[in-house]
Design a protein around this ligand. Structure first.
Ligand code: ZN
Length: 345
């Protein structure tokens, strides 16, 4: 699986509040693939450090890894301590929300450029229009965190953290449940996703996953009108509508940078591969193969067994409810009356 992990937190709505932390990757067919959940009292450096230390057991800290999150200082501190080798990039959706609330400006979300010169032009224009917003970003972050054009590692198409949103959409009521019941719901959700995508991946009869096949087909259309000139063996000048791109099929790099970053052949690569008689599927990253997709869902997510089936030699620590500050106002939620209250009626 592509080594880009997004991490995010969402408030729980139960009696003890708390925050659900989620780490997810993106599967070979561009769906969210949840790697870990954790429940903490609040988002801060120590809670994120605890969560990331646990995550480290399944996602090793390595040079190729990119972690994406919002700009929460607790996350920034924890990632820099626990994942020292990974690159930490920021979620563009959260960035846009920050711009709206702090600087009352829109337009800072255009971080999707592949080419640095195109990003520079757009960013300078943004800087001229909204100098205080640009200053806010300059003081907090470097460009390699904000945009994939300057990201030193491969970030692929992954610009936002969507893991929490997919859980929020599916578990609206469950977020009000006590922790154990919530974790059971998360397990059921993961099991159902695994079952659905296991069926879908086994039923797929194409070399690449359906989403990537669709992207390649749209690139085919763009590639048909292009002119290709050989510069040297496996290097081509590919021209279209007055634009030129230099495509190197050997290193799988193109000056448009789409092939370099997404690892899916761009239209220039497709046009050049037709001339060079190279199989397109060989140029596409193994991360998008149907075989890899099948492997992602080959395991099973089992429910936790009944308590009487647990090993007897485990010493469980006593976990007390967190200390809570009482909120202002009355709880709006209806509750079930106790037996004593019933008898008074
Ligand atoms: Zn290209």
């Amino acid at each position: 699986m592509r080594k880009v992990v997004s991490i995010d937190g969402t408030w729980l709505k139960g009696k003890y509040n708390g925050v659900l932390l989620v780490a997810s990757a993106q599967d070979e067919n561009y769906h969210q693939y949840h790697l870990a959940w954790g429940i903490v009292d609040v988002e801060c450096t120590s809670s994120w450090s605890w969560f990331l230390t646990k995550l480290l057991k399944v996602v090793p800290d390595e040079d190729e890894l990119v972690i994406i999150s919002d700009m929460h200082q607790g996350i920034i501190n924890a990632v820099s301590t626990v994942y020292r080798n990974a690159h930490h990039g920021h979620c563009t959706w959260h960035l846009s929300q920050n711009m709206k609330t702090r600087c009352k400006k829109k337009g800072a979300t255009k971080m999707f450029f592949y080419k640095r010169n195109e990003f520079d032009i757009a960013y300078n224009e943004f800087r001229n229009r909204y100098p205080e917003a640009a200053q806010y970003l300059d003081e907090r972050d470097s460009l390699d965190r904000l945009t994939r054009a300057y990201c030193p590692k491969t970030r692929y198409n992954i610009m936002m953290t969507n893991g929490v949103e997919s859980i929020n959409a599916r578990l609206l009521e469950e977020r009000k449940l006590p922790i154990i019941a919530l974790l059971d719901s998360l397990q059921k959700l993961a099991s159902s996703w695994f079952a659905r995508y296991r069926h879908a991946s086994i039923a797929s009869n194409t070399n690449l996953t359906p989403t990537i096949e669709g992207i390649l087909r749209s690139m085919f259309t763009d590639a048909q009108g292009m002119q290709v000139f050989e510069l040297r063996r496996l290097e081509f000048d590919v021209r279209s509508r007055g634009h030129s791109a230099i495509m190197d099929l050997e290193s799988k790099r193109c000056t448009c940078r789409v092939f370099d970053i997404d690892r899916i052949p761009c239209a220039h690569a497709i046009a050049a591969s037709w001339l060079a008689k190279i199989d397109l599927y060989e140029m596409c990253s193994e991360y998008y193969s149907t075989m890899s997709w099948c492997m992602a869902y080959s395991e099973t997510v089992y429910p936790v067994p009944e308590e009487n089936e647990w090993p007897s030699n485990i010493n469980f620590p006593l976990v007390l409810p967190p200390l809570l500050e009482k909120g202002v106002g009355r709880r709006k939620q209806n509750r079930i009356p106790s037996i004593g209250e019933f008898s008074k009626r």
